[in-house]
Design a protein around this ligand. Structure first.
Ligand code: SF4
Ligand code: SF4
Length: 334
């Protein structure tokens, strides 16, 4: 029976909703994602399975965890009750507008044992959150004794030519940074081009025929990383999300204890055979590929988006819809 091995490093996504809709978001989060915030019962169940899988610590992310401060504090308490350490909480700092309240929030977190934040700062986030807010939150962390790291500090220098108190459109960023800032930023990050970032690869990548993709060394081997536990996530509904290959999900308890054979055919085909076999499977169900794709993982995304309409339980239909929203392109090529 397929299952993960020891759980090494993971994160709990307490929501999919976010005030932002960044163009590189691997989890396709946005203001229109539904599902609310993680429930206490779900959090308890997740913690129990994570312990069974041998995990020692996790981080908390989203979505934007600070959209529900009480919910965040509940999640922190549940981790503590389960004996799981919290490495850090991720945030885009949108809530640092009012300093007094932000300071109180930091103190409330510290009182529950939160010791560090990962604060997002880069040109993609700057389209949605004024980059002065991550800096303000960093200053408040300094004042209150909360540790933090800016992810990534290296982007501060190029952003500093822009006004810090407002968000900036793609056009403004292209004018003041460089026209290639999107591909450069993606490259600097080394991001996986899944989720909403499929659009980045489609705008900037070079396209190949299927024969070239599968005959030319692109990925056509079994996708064994689907059960990797080096940087996995568990979402607000208790699903295991493989590192990198978002839009695929399995109930965490099944991923850890054993995945019933035949229950998740799309997952099984990818895990055991790879994307070319998935193309064959989808072809038999009416999927007609485009002539060219930038990579086999990009093709895999589009096949899964197609199959998600059929209701395969391992495919999150919302993920595919939200991945294809919110990516602005220059007007001339729209
Ligand atoms: S990258 Fe972070 S801030 Fe941006 S949409 Fe995704 S979850 Fe929200
Ligand atoms: S082909 Fe699909 S499942 Fe395999 S690594 Fe690429 S995105 Fe992940």
């Amino acid at each position: 029976m397929l299952k993960t091995g020891h759980l090494y490093h993971g994160g709990i996504m307490v929501n999919y909703r976010c005030n932002a809709a960044c163009r590189h978001c691997l989890y396709a989060c946005s203001p229109t994602r539904t599902g609310g915030y993680i429930a206490m019962d779900t959090m308890k169940e997740i913690c129990g399975v994570l312990r069974r899988g041998g995990i020692g610590s996790v981080h908390i992310g989203g979505g934007e965890p600070f959209l529900d401060i009480e919910g965040l504090l509940m999640a922190v308490r549940q981790l503590d009750a389960a004996g799981i350490s919290l490495d850090y909480v991720e945030t885009n700092a949108f809530w640092a507008v009012r300093e007094k309240e932000a300071r109180e929030t930091l103190r409330a977190l510290a009182a529950e044992g939160v010791s560090a934040l990962c604060i997002s700062l880069d040109p993609f986030h700057a389209e949605h959150v004024p980059y002065g807010l991550p800096l303000k939150l960093a200053k408040l962390c300094d004042e209150t004794g909360m540790a933090y790291f800016l992810w990534k500090r290296q982007f501060l220098r190029p952003l500093s030519v822009l006004e810090h108190s407002s968000a900036h459109s793609r056009e403004e960023l292209e004018k003041h940074l460089r026209s290639g800032y999107i591909s450069n930023t993606a490259h600097s990050y080394g991001i996986r081009l899944g989720g909403r970032a499929v659009n980045i690869e489609e705008e900037y990548g070079s396209f190949h025929s299927l024969a070239d993709l599968f005959g030319g060394g692109a990925k056509n081997s079994p996708c064994g990383d689907l059960l990797s536990t080096g940087h996995f996530h568990v979402d607000q509904d208790g699903y295991f999300i493989p590192p990198g290959c978002t839009g695929i999900r399995l109930p965490l308890a099944e991923a850890v204890d054993g995945i019933p054979a035949g229950k998740y055919p799309v997952f099984e085909i990818l895990y055991e055979k790879g994307p070319a076999a998935l193309l064959d499977f989808a072809g038999g169900r009416g999927f007609v590929p485009e002539k060219n794709y930038p990579s086999s993982c990009n093709l895999c995304f589009h096949i899964r988006a197609f199959l998600s309409e059929e209701g395969f339980a391992e495919l999150d239909k919302n993920h595919y819809e939200e991945s294809l929203k919110y990516y602005s392109r220059p007007k001339a090529v729209q």
